[in-house]
Design a protein around this ligand. Sequence first.
Ligand code: HPA
Ligand code: ZN
Length: 346
Amino acid sequence: MTTTTLSPLAQKTKDAPKAELHIHIEGSLEPELIFRLAERNGVKLAYDSIEALRAAYAFTDLQSFLDIYYAGASVLLKEEDFYDMTMAYVERALADNVVHTEIFFDPQTHTERGVPIATVVAGIERALAEAEQRGLTSKLILCFLRHLSEDDALATFDAALPLFDQYAHRLIGVGLDSSERGHPPSKFERVFAKARAKGLKLVAHAGEEGPPSYIYEALDLLKVDRVDHGVRSIEDPALVTRLADTRVALTVCPLSNLKLCVFDDLTKHTLKALLDEGVAVTVNSDDPAYFGGYVNENYLATIEALRLGDDEVYTIIRNGFEASFVTPAERDAMIDRLDAHWRASA
Ligand code: HPA
Ligand code: ZN
């Protein structure tokens, strides 16, 4: 076994308290757990071994990933499946010193297989309540699948209405994910207006594969509080200035962008350029079981590829707390913890 020595900055980053703001819980499902749940639930998979499934994780774009991601999620049927999946993520997050996480889930992926949204949320919530006892706070964000119709999203929103009340401490927002190209944010203006009227937080994937105009639509039509990915904003200088001035954060996922060929090499990633322009970028894992790393692996790969310095890494970690959907007092307490760690480490 080889042991790699980490640079002092890499070590300090690994040990630092961090927030994660872009993680699809279904994307944390590791192949081993997919097979265990498939067996438990009698679900037949298109792959006959863990190795065969893992070998299929050679993606060429977002859609090639989504096809496998939805197949993986097909093993989730019962409350305890959602609990087990979430608990496995909680363990990885705690190991990476994540102290606060804001988790996406895709109810339509499950309701179309006959699993009620209440079952999905109950299982996730049970794990997150336990995580809270172990020092990991969290929020939950319900995402609409953009390849489906807005009417479908509206029906999903209505079905989830009692849950927004029952789980008001956890379920605090809505988001938009799945196939971006050809499904602009404007398609979901009405459902986001309803969510806004209910006082929910709003986020949307935009500018991952889609053009900067999708980021403008997310800001101007959906009125999002954060943009997920948003890396293609760099193509539009006026948009970069606007993002920097308004401090609307981008939840960037470097290893995801690499695996889905948004950039052909991590050294070409636009995160540092956006940071230099004053945009509130954060680092996150997206779908860690599929993209080769949880939060710390995303930080370490990015530090190395983009040669980030101490102040830059501090700013990115701090941005994660600044952009989180917690109370000002909770945010300040997390930043105090970060500052104490950062000062104490060389
Ligand atoms: N983009 C869009 N949809 C998704 C993603 C992503 O990176 N991960 C899970 N659903
Ligand atoms: Zn995502």
